[in-house]
Design a protein around this ligand. Sequence first.
Ligand code: ATP
Ligand code: MG
Length: 1014
Amino acid sequence: MAEPGPVPERKLATVLFADVVGFTSLSERTDSEVVARLVDSAFREMAAVVVDHGGTIDKYMGDCLMAVFGVPTAHDDDAERAVAAALAMRKLGGDLVFSIGVNSGEVLVTPLGGDAGTTVIGDTVNVAARLEKAAGPGEVLCGPLTVELIGGRGVFRPRQPVILKGKREPVDVAEAVSLRPSGADGSAEEIPLVGREDEINYLGALWQRVARDQRAQTVLLCGEAGSGKTRLAGELIRLASVDGTVVRSSYPAYGPAGGAAVAADVLHQLGPVDDNEVSIRVRSLAGKTDESLRLMDPAGLHKEQVWGFLTLLQEKGAEAPMLIVIDDVHRSSDTMLEVIAELTGRLSSVPLLMVLAGRSEPSSWLAHFPAATTVRVGPLGRCDAAALSRVLVCDKPLAAEAADFLVARAGGNPLYLRELVRMARATGSLVDDGECYRLGAAAVPASLHAVLSARLDTLGPGQKTVFQHASLLGDSATEDNIGRLGAPGAAAALTSLVDGGLLVRGPAGVHQAADPLLSEVAYETLSRHVRGALHKQAALLPGPPEQRARHLERAAQYLSDDSSVADQAAEMLAEVGEEYADSARYPEALRVLERAVELGTRRTSVLLKLADLQALTGADEEARATLALIEDDPADPEVAIERDHAAARVKMFTDPEMAWPKLMSVAGRWREVGRPDRESWAIANAGVASFNVSRMEQAADELERALAMFVEMQDRVGAVSCSSFLCIVKPGDRRVPGWLADALAFADETGERSKQISALTPLAWNYYLRSLWGGPADTAEAEGFGRRLADVAEQLGDDEMAVQAHSLLALMARWTGRIEEAGREQSRLVALLDRPALRDAWLGWAAGFSAAVAGGSTRAAPPFPPSRLADPVAGVARTVIRAELAFAGRIEEAAMQIETVARVPGAVGDIAGGLVNALTLVLDRRPAEARPCAERAVSAARVLDAGPAGVLAMALLAEIDRDPDLVPPAPEGGLSVASAAVMRARAVLGDAEALEELHRITDRLAMPGLVSGV
Ligand SMILES: Nc1ncnc2c1ncn2[C@@H]1O[C@H](COP(=O)(O)OP(=O)(O)OP(=O)(O)O)[C@@H](O)[C@H]1O
Ligand SMILES: [Mg+2]
């Protein structure tokens, strides 16, 4: 089969432009033939420098040269190589002086001319060329990513940002001054070693044995880039330097004569030898060949060198045991490997531990040491990786999901973890939310991109293509499907990738990349066009509709000029999105439907569904925009009514004042067209809007009207929705217990989780209010409902309800002395509140504050919900903050927030708000003002059947009136605010035992405020 022609590819590369400056003046003085010769020879030398550093010459243009590092083969340090080459070029050229520009970034490798039959194009190239024009004679100017990639290993002089031709924003520029020798990147390792105990113990034991038995031993440390070989070797060095001689060197990444440099380094560290013969021979290994050796033939010289080194090591070994670590051995030439192999083979009675560290790819170096012990430095285990990610973030805990995400993405590779965290910090996606860090989305950092591209380029072309195809197919990467994408020799390549450990064959024959980041980068190297074409092809593969929709979506994204793909994608996505919505997978449904509409779907049912979902997540503006896409249909007047109904419904929580008249008018229009089934909903919605502006009676009327209609139509869904809401509006109504039970039974019957949410919400609230300020036994039922609500709301991605549920759970735990549990709920809240749509979830902030204060925090109270908000839940949030301030003994602050106007009208307001007023006023020693509040609370508690709140109110009254007859009996139900209040009343009236009990209770509740003034 013919090799496929090269395909365009996206790569991270570094481009170098070098131009002869002063060329004109030179040509004035000198004969043009001489000039041409000079330039020609300079270019030849420059080309040699480029090649020595692992780059390729892309082209010559007049007196300018363009070189690329990273194409065709990427190295993890291409930026550094390019700058090293540029600095080396400065030293060439004799009379000629060059100006040089270097820039790193994404390039498109396309099959056109050039050395490897390809060239690179893209903005990265243009900027490199312009940097060269901006550079003065002898200067090397570098673009920002080049500087970032080189990091601490380079010395740069910052320059004014340069406005480059054709660019709107100025580009950050730095002049390269020099590169630091490898290993000296100036960034001292501060992070403690995590995990690797087994490896360290094993290496430590080997070291002991070498010293004890006076025997030499060779260990190979191998693993992929960034797995921690160097770090591990460093730990061993620390151990060994206590009682031994330590020598450490590493192979340089580029440049000629790397082996000689290592030899020179090792010799230097071992120190001088007395024996001149030995000295001459070992020094020749380091490239300094003495006169006396010039006549030896190469094979003879080799033997002499090995003898010299052996003798040297024996001599040094007699002084103390030795550890020699040579790092990055995978870069070594075969000749050098042979020397080392021979040395290690012949050393036996020297106390020497020789550690050779290098990557497992390319693996050829390992074969030189068949007798050595191999230590594979594999990925860190999950726990260690999670621990390392926390250590890296260091100054604050990392939220559990954030750690999980990092660990999954990095696949246990410490370098990946380090770079992902660094990138997250640099791009601001590591978000500090006060208690801990959480993580936003972030791209693969360029530094890792370089490492990963280098790894990809060690694959054969067939393997790389198949790996890319597997990455593109994701969870449908079966052998069959990969084969159908048409890479020649796919089956064989796939097998070799599995054998090499890059792909793992999972259940159902799906091939997954062992390294998730490598798979991301493999996908990114595909050019957009190729990506689009492959997705289009993948959409034809057999599989579930989601899979086809996903591929079509991507195809449409990358083949933006192919309108038929967009149409197909839109249709497919709409279908899948509706299915998601019908099976209550709302977050997915939302995303998919949004995309379908973006791609052109205009079906009314799709638009309505999308608007509903958008409204559900608080994206009102988006919902409105979606509805605006629905046009009047002359043949079907109901389309317009449905649209206007939806638009008003969107506003029923956020702008109920405006929504109400619209809902009423929609109700009228439904009546006109004879649709009582829809009319009843409009009326019910209007009732909700009325409730949201706290017009309780009107809300009750409207909901009762709608309820009657639903009952008559035998519409159980509607009936249950109305009665459930009525439970909140008229909590004292005698029908409430029946309604609530009915709602839950119905929700459970249907198994439909959104219905369960609607049933559980009023249930949780009702029971919460009835058990408010009681003990754990009182709150158990309410917590049961709250917990279920939290679960279901999270399953459906209904963040708002999840926040309400977790808030109630946090408060109930906190107020019954289960502080740790409250803390856990608080972390959950913090995670939920991070979502932008929920920024004004007042209750969540209030409950979080409450839990934090109980945990000992003295932080300031969160902002109070603005008074323009009529939302009763916001009103409860105010109460919560006020109560917590009072419990914490921050009486002054609490007293400042006394509410003269009940923010939540009715019995609920009297309990939630009135009781807190009473408590605050008592603690603030203002009994006269406290009395009416406490009295109202007593009767409200009776109406609501709220036992513990009633006890609390009565106890306050007893304290206010100093009347022992009024003190209620201590409530059962366990540790509670109510029992504290009873003890307090008794203590105030002189009961010493009660005082002791009060202290005990308030300690356990973490409510010092309740003791104040006693
Ligand atoms: N167990 C560990 N605990 C903490 N940090 C670690 C651990 N292992 C590695 N690191 C850190 O991860 C980064 C990469 O490790 P290291 O340089 O040792 O990798 P390597 O295997 O030598 O990679 P390369 O093949 O590129 O030389 C370093 O910053 C290192 O300090
Ligand atoms: Mg290393």
